[in-house]
Design a protein around this ligand. Structure first.
Ligand code: HEM
Length: 421
């Protein structure tokens, strides 16, 4: 595997290329041309962010994993030098600092060990393979019911509203013990948080609304425990193992991460399959659960909806690919180029549902690797084949150029996907 570094370090800040993750309208399922250009320069290059600060950009698969498994990097956006990917995000941190906070919340996705590990451990039991497998039959029922409704409704239909968003929202609501009737509320606040155009005040307010909502639910679970994840967290509050605010933030994180990401995967995965009729037919006609599983991982790799990259800041000097990243320097690891690294995935731009794509980094890597990945995989393994089998004539009802993609978000997806059959 290559470890050569393009000599991008002696560029002046003005000469350093901008961080630009926009995907062109004509090929929205491929990595941003600017990220590809950086990858061609080497696995580790310098980039200029919107605020003029410089950061390291990691585009190689091997270096991506090296950075994310290194204990000498921090995920905490409050640390000096941590890259801010948009003005809205920087402004939100300023708003929180003014409120006297020293962290984004107590959300463990933004915390370092040992605190991160302490909190993450309290949620892991809900996402074991065994627990997730128990959710497969109810997920199958949810998927079938939604398809029944779609088939009974009018054509064309919006796949996002009719299918892609309700599937993971219903599953995560059930798992957490959140009333699904509140989905408009939690979906719209989640959208505000991930939209790059959102101002700092709007983002902080949306986080606050979700936190208050979850806090209210926890109060109910404390009084009337049920068989769900929030009730489990309420038990831990009672036992003095978890502060109420920590439990609230965990609820916000899981509700948010649990629906938006998977919804985008269902939408874009369906679009990718419609664009590759041979792969569509392969998945529709198979009875082999292994092929279904490999198809899901290949779609996760190929689409890399977590395209904005994961950011970190070095706590000490670290050597990566023969280059020293100094303490206090920002790092962005680009999942979408790591997933198309030809040294790991031969012919990386080809969608091949039969390939072994399990080494993709769409779920991240290292201590923060996605906690919900068994759940996401299971939902996708149910959603795609069922949709293709039950609506084998599924087709796009719009030109690709007219589909509103989420170019403004950190998680890639589509706002709408008109389909017919
Ligand atoms: C296709 C769907 C999904 C994708 C692509 C995805 C992607 C990711 C990525 C890249 C990270 C790592 C972030 C980092 O290192 O900075 C992450 C973390 C996380 N994800 Fe997911 N995710 C998905 C679905 C889910 C689901 C269904 C849940 C359910 C609750 C979930 C819960 C979490 C949590 C709790 C973390 C934080 C883990 C930690 O910090 O230790 N995700 N996810």
């Amino acid at each position: 595997m290559t470890s050569a570094v393009g000599d991008t370090t002696n560029r002046t800040p003005e000469e350093t290329p901008e961080y630009d993750i926009s995907r062109p309208a004509r090929c929205p399922l491929d990595p941003a041309p600017s990220m590809r250009a950086r990858q061609a320069e080497g696995p580790l290059t310098r980039i200029r962010l919107w605020d003029g600060t410089l950061a390291w950009l990691v585009t190689g698969w091997e270096q991506h994993r090296e950075v994310l498994s290194d204990q000498r990097v921090s995920v905490d956006p409050f640390r000096p030098g941590a890259p801010k990917l948009s003005p809205g995000e920087a402004a939100m941190i300023d708003v929180l600092k003014k409120q006297g906070r020293t962290s984004v919340g107590t959300s463990f996705i933004m915390m370092d060990d040992p605190e991160h590990a302490r909190l993450r451990r309290m949620a892991t039991s809900a996402f074991t393979i065994k627990r997730v497998e128990a959710l497969r039959p109810p997920t199958q029922r949810i998927v079938d019911d939604l398809i029944d409704k779609m088939l009974d409704g009018s054509k064309p239909a919006d796949l996002v509203e009719a299918f892609a968003l309700p599937v993971p929202s219903l599953v995560i609501s059930d798992l957490l013990g959140v009333p699904y009737g509140d989905h408009d509320f939690f979906q719209s606040n989640s959208k505000t948080i991930i939209n790059r155009e959102t101002t700092g005040e709007e983002r902080a307010a949306a986080r606050q609304r979700l936190a208050e909502y979850l806090d209210g639910l926890l109060a109910e679970k404390l009084a009337h425990p049920a068989e769900d994840l929030l009730s489990g967290l309420a038990e831990r509050i009672k036992a003095g193992e978890l502060a109420r605010e920590e439990a609230t933030e965990m609820g916000v994180l899981m509700l948010f991460a649990g629906h938006e990401t998977t919804a985008n995967m269902i939408t874009l995965g369906t679009l990718a399959l419609l664009q590759h009729p041979d792969q569509f037919a392969l998945l529709r006609d198979t009875e082999d659960p292994k092929l279904v599983a490999s198809a899901v991982d290949e779609l996760l790799r190929y689409l890399t909806i977590t395209h904005g990259g994961l950011r970190r800041v070095a706590l000490e000097d670290i050597e990566i690919a023969g280059q020293v990243i100094r303490a206090g320097e920002g790092i962005i690891t680009v999942n979408e180029t790591a997933n198309r690294d030809p040294s790991v995935f031969p012919d990386p731009d080809r969608l091949d549902l039969t390939r072994d794509a399990r080494r993709h980094v769409t779920f991240g890597y290292g201590i923060h690797q996605c906690l919900g990945q068994p759940l996401a995989r299971m939902e996708l393994q149910v959603a795609y084949p069922t949709l293709l089998r039950r609506i084998p004539t599924l087709a796009l009802a719009a030109d690709l150029e007219d589909i509103p993609f989420k170019h403004d978000g950190f998680i890639f997806g589509a706002y709408e996907l008109p389909v017919t059959w």
